[in-house]
Write a protein that binds this ligand. Structure first.
Ligand code: ADP
Ligand code: MG
Length: 224
């Protein structure tokens, strides 16, 4: 059974056919996933109030039902360190098609992974994990399984990745918290089972994993 807060967020998103990032992030947070601290501003005073709570550096992102891929419209500014840059981003985003707000989030660090799901007519939710970031389309280093995943399946999926070494620490790079990553994968597959009647596909890109935790940094939920 879905929590009422989650079904309300999904219902509200129906008119766009997908769930805007702030609401998708809320759904993941309500479902026990870790996310960076964030809030949404529509004007400058609100933006400054939010950034005082979160603290610099932050990332600023466009929120618009017309913008599914934010970077494509220069709708993401990372490493914002002062009010001037923050307000300049806001002024620019306000000119972008369909602007409803600016998401301001805490900057997090880690290895960028992608976790996704597609609802297959025959097999139900298919879960994907792989290396994220810019490399995702180049390397196509991903593994796939049918949901639901057992912890053992999560283990095997990660073992199959060519870039597995990056997870365990390679040439001075820090290892990621593998237990947190596996838990994230298993929880994700469980949530996808619960959502399979309403959701077409989901992309968590990136999930950022570091020695302490795995955080969902960007999420997109496409509805049926
Ligand atoms: P989109 O995929 O819609 O273009 P994202 O939210 O994924 O936008 O942001 C683009 C990139 O910006 C991410 O792949 C990541 O590298 C970086 N980024 C986004 N949010 C954060 C964050 N909270 N902390 C650190 N980096 C971030
Ligand atoms: Mg993204």
């Amino acid at each position: 059974m879905l929590k009422k807060d989650i079904s309300d967020l999904l219902k509200k998103s129906k008119k766009w056919g997908w769930v805007l990032e702030p609401d998708a992030q809320r759904i993941f947070s309500l479902s026990g996933f870790q996310t960076p601290m964030f809030d949404v501003a529509t004007g400058p005073e609100e933006a400054l109030r939010i950034v005082r709570k979160i603290g610099y550096p932050v990332v600023a992102k466009i929120v618009s039902p017309a913008v599914v891929h934010k970077s494509d419209v220069k709708g993401v500014v990372v490493g914002v360190r002062d009010d001037e840059t923050l307000l300049a981003a806001l002024a620019r985003f306000q000119q972008i098609d369909g602007f409803v707000g600016m998401l301001i989030a805490e900057m997090v660090k880690g290895l960028e992974l992608i976790i996704g799901a597609k609802n297959d007519l025959q097999f139900g939710p298919m879960i994907l994990v792989g290396m994220g970031g810019v490399g995702v389309e180049i390397y196509k280093d991903v593994s796939l399984r049918m949901a639901p995943l057992k912890p053992r399946d999560a283990d095997n999926m990660l073992d199959e990745l060519t870039a597995k070494k990056l997870l365990t620490g390679y040439r001075g790079s820090e290892p990621v918290n593998l237990a947190a990553l596996k838990k994230t994968l298993v929880n994700f597959s469980k949530l996808m089972m619960d959502l399979q009647n309403v959701v077409e596909s989901v992309d968590l890109n990136p999930v950022m994993c570091n020695p302490k935790s795995c955080l969902v940094v960007d999420s997109r939920i496409m509805l049926k």
